[in-house]
Write a protein that binds this ligand. Structure first.
Ligand code: OSB
Ligand code: MG
Length: 369
């Protein structure tokens, strides 16, 4: 049955982070993100954008995405009917790039569509888990701080610890953590801070029984990752390099990755996430769900996506209370013993705390105006 998008509301929301988050490309002190509400058939679908203010993780920026959403993408879908999310994605497919901007609409439409069918998002995506395994991503910090955070999160039951690394903050930190915690699932994420000329650092990291090393080389270079993977026994996991199922095919066929991090926001939404998920399953390659410090709407989407079967490694979708003093959703998204329950109910299964949302809203636009 066709579903009509009657109207939309697009906000920019600013939430302070409880702890500044440092990765190889810089430090984040707050989360500034677009929040999209699509209305139709008497229900509301929610989507959250994952683009950073400036292009330091990938090449999208908040201002660029907002402009495209406002001037092009939203006007193209408001007032129109779509049979399913695939039809909507197809409608936006002629545009190049901007996977994060289009994911914002695509994911909000999945939520709207699932709610119209009165089914949980995970069910319409094809997932069946009622809880998902999660780990944590710990930022760059002095060694004593990192050690304390690892101990704290291991004690909380998180199923995997991921350490952010960069040149000068790598082998010594990993060695210390591995020595203190010989048996934990441990990984590192370099956010593209190295090149093939740093092969000595990579070879040193190869000796710590890491589950994988995430995105060590350039954000757009699958070829060099294939070169590096040939020389390492530790699996390489790609994050930034995978923006589509076509990228995933190239990475798998060239041996550039033995694990893939799926972020729905990075690949254009749930449909493309599922394509990457299915392709990896065919290659017997496990995937896991990454994160972008999402607030409750993006986090709930990630949790539902992680209910698909080939999400076989713990994701980054940890407790919301690690990030924010107060989230924008009424439901608390909290883990217990490293497990995050998939919110029950129709769609993403969480509702907006409108009063608090209004307080942290920077701007608000309506479509049609
Ligand atoms: O590379 O996975 C990444 C956060 C911001 C930008 C990039 C990354 C991350 C994280 C944090 O690792 C994941 C999370 O806790 O949401
Ligand atoms: Mg990463």
């Amino acid at each position: 049955m066709p579903l009509k998008i009657d109207s939309a509301e697009l906000r920019v929301v600013r939430l302070p982070l409880l702890t500044p988050f440092t990765i190889a490309t810089g430090t984040m002190h707050e989360k500034l993100f677009p929040l999209l509400v699509l209305k139709g058939n008497g229900v509301e679908g929610y989507g959250e954008g994952v683009m950073d203010p400036y292009p330091d993780y990938l090449d999208e920026s908040l201002a660029g995405a907002m402009d495209l959403l406002r001037a092009v993408l939203l006007p193209q879908v408001i007032g129109k009917s779509f049979d399913n999310p695939e039809a909507l994605a197809q409608h936006l497919s002629p545009w190049r790039g901007f996977t994060m901007a289009r994911a914002c609409i695509e994911m909000a439409f999945w939520d709207l569509w699932a709610k119209s069918l009165d089914l949980p998002l995970k069910t319409v995506l094809g997932g069946s888990k009622s809880e998902i395994e999660v780990g944590v991503s710990l930022g760059i910090a002095p060694l004593d701080v990192v050690m304390e955070r690892v101990a704290q999160h291991v004690a909380l039951g998180y199923r995997r610890i991921k350490l952010k690394i960069m040149p000068g903050h790598d082998v010594a930190i990993v060695a210390a953590v591995r020595k203190a915690f010989p048996d934990i699932h441990l990984t590192v994420d370099a956010n593209s801070a190295y090149t093939l000329a740093d092969a000595d650092v990579m070879m040193a990291l190869d000796d710590f029984a890491l589950d994988y090393i995430e995105q060590p080389l350039a954000w757009d270079d699958i070829h060099d990752h294939a070169e590096l993977q040939k020389r390492m026994k530790t699996a390489i996991c790609l994050d930034e390099c995978i923006r589509s199922v076509a990228d995933a095919r190239k990475a798998l066929a060239s041996g550039a990755a033995r694990v893939i991090n799926i972020k729905a926001g990075r690949v254009g939404g749930h449909l493309e996430s599922r394509r990457v998920h299915d392709l990896c399953a065919a290659w017997s390659v496990p995937v896991w769900c990454g994160g972008m410090l999402e607030a409750g709407i993006g986090r709930a989407h990630n949790i539902h996506l992680s209910a698909l079967a080939n999400f076989r490694k713990p994701g980054d979708t940890s407790s919301a209370s690690r990030y924010f003093a107060r989230d924008i959703t009424n439901e608390k998204l909290e883990t217990k013993d490293g497990l995050m329950p998939v919110p029950a109910g129709a769609g993403i299964g969480v509702t907006l705390d409108w009063a608090y949302l209004d307080r942290v809203t920077e701007s608000r636009e309506r479509f049609p105006a």
